[in-house]
Design a protein around this ligand. Structure first.
Ligand code: AMP
Length: 503
């Protein structure tokens, strides 16, 4: 048996049912999906891929790239997607670390890829239009393919973490991890074969690759496949869709788009947000403009999805909802490891079939991040409120220690964001000669607003303890964000590095 693909097969609708619609209107049915992944799997085996081998793909988003992921699953290989934005020097590290048997890159890039790949690694190409040598190879192959046996504990994918601190680590995800989480999401979010999902996320990341695609596959639903997110195109797609999964930036940009006013949303039943915190302001504005409460969920590369706001119950802004069925979640004191209750802030830890099996070839790092009882230390700080909703307060590494006291950036940001004239803010700690770290706010003004440093500081005077109040407030046009919409605090810390340096 092939754990993940057997599950996909067992839930597959009839061959003629559409699975994916491209931007030009061409449709890929479930029958096509079986045939094409069979051909691709045969092509991979022809290239020498054996079960357990890694297949790295640094390619643009395309339906064929999704099919390549499934072909790897069927061939028993380990799919290793890489952000197309990575430079050759960065890719070299991944290839050295993962030692793939095959690397897939865009046509025209194969020469430079061959320059950094190992001698016995085969380089093939795949373009964003579904062209390239791997597709040509597949075209000459039969569609029948005998899926290679894989157990729940065997690897299906390695996804490298973004590595904003230290070396990027390869999170090893098993067939069981992906299958169990996808089944849970299908159920929890009520996906059925009648759903049509707007897919405008990148597919080198867990959100677009697993949360979106696996949920569609295991419900027999259809997706409208977009190469990239464009608010106007998404608005045009609403009347033919039932659900959208997005990062918070999608919602912000849709709210800014004049077309949202006339959008037809009668068929839409679900808007999901995740990968970065959704501002309460965005949640409320969306509710007011569309009548829909965005469903916010929380997950990470290493764990798949951990929590979700409820489908039926109240979706609470500023929270990520409840632990998903089968997921154990606790908040502990990072210093003692003791479980905390009563809404105390601490380290979020999770355990469940969704949690990865460790970091590729980093047994020590893996051991550091797991407790002997199986709980994974997420690195996210948060709390569980009286009603059981989980709130994320920030990344552990973003915690600021000023004058020996802990300052949680989220708490300060929330207060700053409430001030008139402020659109959003990011609070960081910078080396400070007296305090160790100085609380520093980086603020984006609302369009046309004139709020200045003194006004921000005055506004916070009676709302936050003195040690939490920023020492300085800097203004920027927009916060630096990565493709998944996460604010890059490391970039801000670098920009303002010497702010409190004496002399
Ligand atoms: P990644 O591994 O790139 O998916 O990043 C995972 C991290 O994104 C988590 O550890 C959180 O810090 C953050 N994250 C994901 N979803 C949310 C959310 N809904 N609210 C706040 N942070 C989130």
């Amino acid at each position: 048996m092939n754990h993940l693909f057997d599950l996909v097969r067992s839930r597959m609708p009839e061959a003629g049912k559409p699975c994916l619609e491209r931007e030009d209107g061409r449709v890929l049915t479930y029958g096509d999906l079986l045939a094409e992944t069979g051909r691709l799997a045969n092509a991979l085996v022809g290239l020498g891929v054996k079960p357990g081998d890694r297949v790295a793909a640094q390619v643009e988003k395309s339906p064929e790239a999704l099919l390549l992921y499934l072909a790897c699953v069927r061939a028993g290989a380990v799919f290793l997607p890489l952000n197309p934005g990575y430079m050759l020097r960065e890719v070299e590290y991944f290839l050295l670390d993962a030692e793939p048997a095959v690397v897939v890159c865009p046509p025209g890039k194969n020469a430079e890829m061959e320059g950094i790949a190992a001698k016995d690694c085969r380089v093939v190409t795949l373009g964003h239009k579904g062209d390239g040598s791997v597709v040509e190879l597949a075209a000459g192959q039969p569609e029948n393919f005998e899926d290679r046996p894989r157990e729940a504990g065997d690897l299906a994918a390695i996804l490298y973490t973004s590595g904003t601190t230290g070396r990027s680590k390869g999170a090893m995800l098993t067939h069981g991890n992906l299958a169990s989480n996808a089944l849970t999401l299908v159920d929890y979010w009520r996906f059925t074969r009648d759903d049509v999902l707007i897919h405008a996320l990148p597919i080198f990341h867990t959100h677009g690759l697993f949360v979106a695609f696996n949920t569609v596959l295991l419900s027999g639903a259809k997706m409208l496949f977009f190469q990239r997110f464009d608010p106007a195109e998404v608005i045009t797609a609403f009347p033919r869709s039932t659900a959208m999964m997005g990062v918070p930036t999608f919602y912000v940009r849709l709210l800014d788009h004049p077309g949202l006013a006339g959008a037809r949303l009668e068929t839409m039943r679900l808007f999901v947000s995740g990968s970065a915190p959704l501002l309460a302001e965005t949640f409320s504005a969306w509710k007011e403009r569309t009548g829909h409460a965005i469903l916010e969920r929380y997950g990470m590369t290493e764990t798949n999805m951990n929590t979700s706001n409820p489908y039926d119950g109240e979706r609470m802004a500023g929270t990520v909802g409840f632990p998903l069925p089968g997921v154990d979640l606790r908040v502990v004191d990072p210093a003692t490891g003791e479980k905390l209750g009563g809404e105390a802030i601490g380290m979020i830890e999770v355990r469940g079939p969704n949690v990865f099996s460790g970091y590729w070839r980093m047994p020590e790092k893996t051991a550091e991040e797991f407790h002997p009882d199986g709980f994974f230390i997420t690195g996210d700080l948060g709390k569980i409120d009286a009603q059981g909703y989980v709130q994320i307060v920030g990344r552990g590494k973003d915690l600021i220690i000023s004058g020996g006291l802990n300052v949680y950036p989220k708490e300060v940001e929330t207060e700053i964001d409430l001030l008139p004239g402020v659109l959003e803010s990011a609070v960081i700690g910078l080396a400070h000669p007296d305090f160790g770290e100085g609380v520093t706010a980086v603020v984006v003004r609302e369009r046309g607003a004139e709020i200045d440093e003194a006004a921000v500081l005055r506004g916070l005077e009676n709302r936050l303890a003195k040690f939490k109040q920023p020492k300085r407030v800097m203004f920027v046009e927009e916060l630096p964000r990565n493709t998944m919409g996460k604010v890059q605090k490391n970039v801000l810390r670098q920009t303002y590095e010497g702010l409190y340096r004496k002399g």
